[in-house]
Write a protein that binds this ligand. Structure first.
Ligand SMILES: CC(C)(COP(=O)(O)OP(=O)(O)OC[C@H]1O[C@@H](n2cnc3c(N)ncnc32)[C@H](O)[C@@H]1OP(=O)(O)O)[C@@H](O)C(=O)NCCC(=O)NCCS
Length: 196
């Protein structure tokens, strides 16, 4: 069987407009803002990766994210606040397994914008896109078990805990646990944009 991933999606980058946000392709000019977000301790606390050391490294990351789209291996959106035109975070279906029609998601918001439902607004847009347009069969998220806010948003949007790996990830001198969450297309229920 050939992959059911919808290749048409990769013809031109899918930008989205939600009630309060624009989701668009990254530009190199986003580097300073992305650097600011990824240098924030509260953002990076449970990411289990070191922040990029300088703007040059962030530019390289942006190029890699855009290249992933050109290679049809991932999609990464800059999250823009429509009112201020400020980048407030990012969301990626950053890895796509074509054989398994499975996408791994990753996301972050500037802490100044936490607790306003912004990331939920992104989930409500990108998850349906992933299933209905990209044709994924399932989506996955890998979190540090201490990352309560990440777990909370996944559960809120229908993801279920699928696995707990003990000390499977070595970072910064320590073996860390991981939790894997997933959402299958058949269990996906489109949720209204409500505050629950
Ligand atoms: C994970 C992360 C994106 C969640 O951000 P968030 O702002 O808590 O998520 P949401 O957009 O869903 O907002 C939910 C909160 O907004 C509140 N809210 C306010 N207005 C709302 C509205 N109109 N709609 C929905 N929720 C609203 C909710 O009550 C909820 O608050 P609560 O958590 O106190 O119950 C954020 O914590 C983050 O960037 N963390 C650091 C990076 C990270 O760890 N990323 C994940 C790696 S695996």
């Amino acid at each position: 069987m050939t992959s059911a991933i919808n290749e048409e999606v990769f013809v031109s980058f899918p930008n989205f407009e939600t009630q309060r946000l624009l989701l668009r392709r990254f530009r190199l000019s986003d580097a300073e803002r992305l650097f600011e977000i990824r240098s924030n301790f509260r953002v990076m606390r449970y990411m289990d990766t070191f922040p990029e050391p300088n703007i040059q490294a962030i530019r390289h990351k942006i190029q890699e994210m855009n290249l992933a789209f050109d290679l049809k291996l991932g999609l990464n959106w800059a999250i823009m606040d429509k009112q201020s035109d400020k980048m407030i975070g990012y969301f990626g279906i950053w890895r796509i397994e074509w054989d398994n029609c499975r996408g791994e998601i990753g996301y972050s918001l500037d802490p100044d914008y936490w607790g306003n439902g912004y990331m939920s607004e992104v989930f409500q847009t990108i998850i349906p896109f992933g299933f209905r347009q990209l044709n994924l069969h399932s989506m996955e998220a890998n979190i540090n078990p201490h990352n309560e806010s990440s777990r909370k948003i996944l559960l809120k949007h229908g993801f279920v805990k699928e696995a707990y790996f003990q000390e499977n990830f070595f970072f910064d001198g320590q073996f860390l646990d991981s939790e894997i969450y997933s959402l299958l297309e058949k269990n996906f229920i489109s949720r209204p944009n409500s505050h629950s």
